[in-house]
Design a protein around this ligand. Structure first.
Ligand code: AGP
Length: 619
C-alpha cells in the first residue's frame, strides 16, 4: 500500500529517491517524503499530497547527501498530512525510518515508549519503529533494528538511516515486499524492482525476518538469529521503457494496448508444438493427476479471472472447482485438504488477504499453485508451484493486461491439465489449441479499431456524460453476462467503479428477473455481453425485456451479428469471431476502454484513482 526506497552511492540521494518514488507512486499517493544524511545530520522534507508537491518543495529547499530514504504513502493510521507523511524521526532527529505495512501492536509499544519519555509527532503506527530503534541504539544500527523488529507484530518493510553511521542504509521485512538493487559502487532498497530499473537490473529478493545492510560496495543479509545468509542476484528482464508511458496519455491506456503483444508472448512462451509447458511449476504430472477438486482464490480483478478459470476447469478438466475471494476464504475455515489444488491469482503477489489465504490452504494440506506477475513476490515464493504471467510491470492501479494475461494462463493451464488427465479427446484439445492461437492477432485487430482517440467508445463515453448530466447524475451502469462471460460483467463494472467513480454492478444476466430488472427505467445504461454463445438467445430475451422498459443498451456482439441490429440497440461494440470459450479475452478489451473513456470524460486521475493503491498489502 506504500512505496519505500533507500539509496547509498555517489549520486545525489535526492535525485535517486525522487526517481524511485515516481516509479512507486502507483502503490500509494496521498503524501510523500525523503530524508538524507548530510554533514552528519539528518535532513528531511515531507509533504501531504502527490509526489509533485514534494518535488516543488525540494526545488526551493533541496536536501544534500548521498545516503537517504524515501516514501510515498497510502494512509492506514493517521490522515494524510505533513506530520503523518514518512519518513519518521526519533526524538533527537538522529535517525529516520520509512515503512510499508501495518504495526498491529503499535499502540501498546507507543504507550511504553511515551512512559519512557519519547515524544511523538504523528498519529502513525510507523513512528513507534523510529523510537524503538532509538531506544536500542548504542552505536550499532543493524543491531538496534534487529532488536526493534523482534518486538513488532504485523507487517513491515522498512529502511533506516542514522546520522552517526552515514555509510549505510539498514532494512528489514516481514510480509511486505523489499528488494535490494545491486549497483556498481552503489546499492538500493525498494518495495519493488520498478524503483531501481533506471540504475540496475540486478536485484536480490529478500525473505521474511531478514535484516539487510547496504553500503556502497556491500550487501549483507542476516536472519533474526544474526546468521549471515547468501542471497542470489536475479537479473531482471524488464527495462526502463516498460515502466514509462511510451507516448500514451496514461499507463492504463498503454497497458490496454500492450495486450495483443503480451498474449502473443505468453502463448509463444508456453505452447511448444502441441505441448504446453510450465517451467517453474515444480509440481509433477503424477501429483497433478491426483487432485479431486480445485479452489481458485483471489481479490478484485484477479478474482474475476479466477471465476472465468472455474468455468474452464469444470468444462475441460471435469473437476469440481469453486472460487472464493481471499478475504472470505481465509476466515471461513474452508474445506481443503491434500486432494485439493488451490490456485492463488495475484498480479502483485503481495496482496495481504491472498498471501494469508495461501498460508491457510497450505496449513490444511492443500497444494498451492499461484499465478503471479511480479517475479520473486511473496505469494510466488511461498507457493508449491508458480506460473508467471510475464505481462511486464503493470503501473496503472486499474488492472488490464494482467487480467487478460491471467485468463490466458488459465486457458493454458486447464488445457495442460485436460491433456494430462485425458479429460477431453485429442481432437478437441487440438481444435482448442488452434483456436486459442488465433486470439493475439484478433486482439491486435480489435485494438487497432481504437488506436485513434476519436473512436466509438470515446463517443459512447461522451454520450453517457451528456446523458448523466441530463438525468441529474442519476445514471449508472449494469453489466450483464452469461456463462464464461459473466466474470467479464463483474470486471467491466469494477473497472468503471474504480476509475470513473460511477456506480456499476455486474450481474449474471439470468438473474435479471430475480430482482435487478426492477432497476430498469430510463436511467441505467446496461452493457449486455451478447457474443455468439450457447446462451445467445437467452441474452436476446434479456435485451428485449430491457428495451421494453426504456432501458438503454450497449451490446457487445460478435462482428457480423445480423440479429442484434434488428433489436434497436442504442450502441453496439463488435468483437472478432472466436470460439465462445475464448471470447472473454476479446470482450475484456472494449470494457476496459469504455471505463477508460468514461473516466477521461469526467476528468478523473485514471492511473491513480482516489482511495486506491496498486497492491493491497494490508488487510
Ligand atoms: C483491479 O483493477 C484492482 N486494482 C484490484 O481489484 C486488484 O485486482 C486486487 O487488489 C488484486 O490485486 P493482486 O492481483 O495484485 O492480488
Amino acid at each position: 500500500m506504500c512505496g519505500i526506497v533507500g539509496y547509498i552511492g555517489p549520486r545525489k540521494a535526492q535525485d535517486v529517491l525522487l526517481k524511485g518514488l515516481s516509479r512507486l507512486e502507483y502503490r500509494g499517493y496521498d503524501s510523500a517524503g525523503i530524508a538524507a544524511i548530510s554533514s552528519h545530520a539528518v535532513e528531511m522534507v515531507k509533504r501531504k499530497g502527490k509526489l509533485k508537491v514534494l518535488y516543488e518543495e525540494l526545488e526551493t529547499h533541496p536536501i544534500k547527501g548521498n545516503v537517504g530514504i524515501g516514501h510515498t504513502r497510502w494512509a492506514t493510521h493517521g490522515v494524510p498530512s505533513d506530520a503523518n507523511a514518512h519518513p519518521h524521526l526519533d526524538c533527537k532527529a538522529r535517525l529516520a525510518v520509512v515503512h510499508n505495512g501495518i504495526i498491529e501492536n503499535y499502540s501498546e509499544l507507543k504507550d511504553g515508549l511515551i512512559k519512557e519519555g519519547h515524544k511523538f509527532r504523528s498519529e502513525t503506527d510507523t513512528e513507534v519503529i523510529s523510537h524503538l530503534i532509538e531506544k536500542f541504539y548504542h552505536g550499532n544500527l543493524e543491531a538496534a533494528v534487529h532488536k526493534a523488529a523482534r518486538l513488532l507484530k504485523g507487517t513491515y518493510a522498512i529502511a533506516v538511516i542514522h546520522k552517526d553511521e552515514p555509510d549505510k542504509v539498514v532494512g528489514a521485512r516481514l510480509d511486505s515486499p523489499l528488494i535490494v538493487g545491486v549497483g556498481k559502487g552503489e546499492n538500493f532498497l525498494a518495495s519493488d524492482a520498478t524503483a531501481v530499473l533506471d540504475y540496475t537490473k540486478n536485484v536480490i529478493y529478500l525473505d521474511n525476518n531478514q535484516v539487510i545492510t547496504i553500503t556502497r560496495n556491500k550487501v549483507t543479509v542476516k536472519e533474526m538469529s544474526g546468521r549471515t545468509v547468501r542471497k542470489p542476484v536475479t537479473r531482471l528482464k524488464w527495462d526502463v521503457s516498460q515502466a514509462e508511458k511510451g507516448g500514451y496519455s496514461h499507463f492504463m491506456l498503454k497497458e490496454i494496448f500492450e495486450q495483443g503483444d503480451i498474449l502473443a508472448k505468453i502463448l509463444d512462451e508456453r505452447i511448444k508444438g502441441q505441448k504446453i509447458v510450465f517451467e517453474q511449476l515444480k509440481i509433477r504430472g503424477v501429483a497433478l493427476k491426483k487432485f479431486k477438486r480445485a479452489a481458485i482464490v483471489a481479490c478484485g480483478t484477479a478474482y474475476h479471472a479466477g471465476l472465468a478459470g472455474k468455468y474452464m476447469i469444470e468444462e475441460l478438466v471435469k473437476m469440481p472447482c469453486w472460487t472464493d475471494t481471499s478475504s472470505e476464504f481465509r476466515y471461513r475455515d474452508p474445506i481443503v485438504d491434500k486432494d485439493t489444488l488451490v490456485i492463488i491469482v495475484s498480479q502483485s503477489g503481495e496482496t495481504a488477504d491472498s498471501l494469508a489465504a495461501l498460508r491457510e490452504a497450505k496449513k490444511k494440506g492443500a497444494t498451492v499453485v499461484s499465478i503471479c506477475n511480479v517475479l520473486g513476490s511473496s505469494i510466488a515464493r511461498e507457493s508449491d508451484g508458480v506460473i508467471y504471467t510475464h505481462a511486464g510491470p503493470e503501473i496503472a492501479v486499474a488492472s488490464t493486461k494482467a487480467y487478460t494475461a491471467q485468463l490466458a494462463i488459465f486457458y493454458l493451464f486447464t488445457l495442460y491439465l485436460a491433456a494430462l488427465r485425458k479429460t477431453i479427446p485429442n481432437s478437441r484439445y487440438a481444435y482448442l489449441l488452434k483456436e486459442l492461437k488465433k486470439v493475439p492477432a484478433l486482439a491486435q485487430q480489435l485494438l487497432s479499431e481504437y488506436k485513434s482517440e476519436y473512436n466509438s467508445l470515446a463517443a459512447y463515453a461522451q454520450e453517457f456524460k451528456r446523458y448523466y448530466i441530463k438525468q441529474h447524475n442519476k445514471s449508472y451502469f449494469l453489466y450483464l453476462g452469461r456463462n464464461i462471460n459473466y466474470p467479464n460483467a463483474l470486471e467491466g463494472a469494477l473497472k468503471l467503479k474504480e476509475i470513473a467513480y460511477i456506480s456499476a454492478e455486474g450481474y449474471p444476466a439470468g438473474e435479471m428477473k430475480h430482482g435487478p430488472i426492477a432497476l430498469i427505467d430510463e436511467n441505467p445504461w446496461v452493457v449486455c455481453i451478447a457474443t455468439q454463445s450457447a446462451t445467445y438467445d437467452k441474452m436476446l430475451s434479456n435485451i428485449q425485456e430491457i428495451k421494453a422498459r426504456n432501458g438503454i443498451i450497449i451490446a457487445v456482439a460478435t462482428e457480423g451479428d445480423k440479429e442484434l441490429i434488428h433489436q434497436n440497440i442504442n450502441y453496439i461494440i463488435e468483437i472478432p469471431k472466436i470460439d465462445e470459450l475464448f471470447s472473454p479475452l476479446l470482450v475484456a478489451i472494449p470494457l476496459q476502454l469504455l471505463a477508460y473513456y468514461v473516466s477521461k470524460e469526467f476528468g478523473h486521475d485514471i492511473d491513480q484513482p482516489r482511495n486506491l493503491a496498486k497492491s493491497v498489502t494490508v488487510e
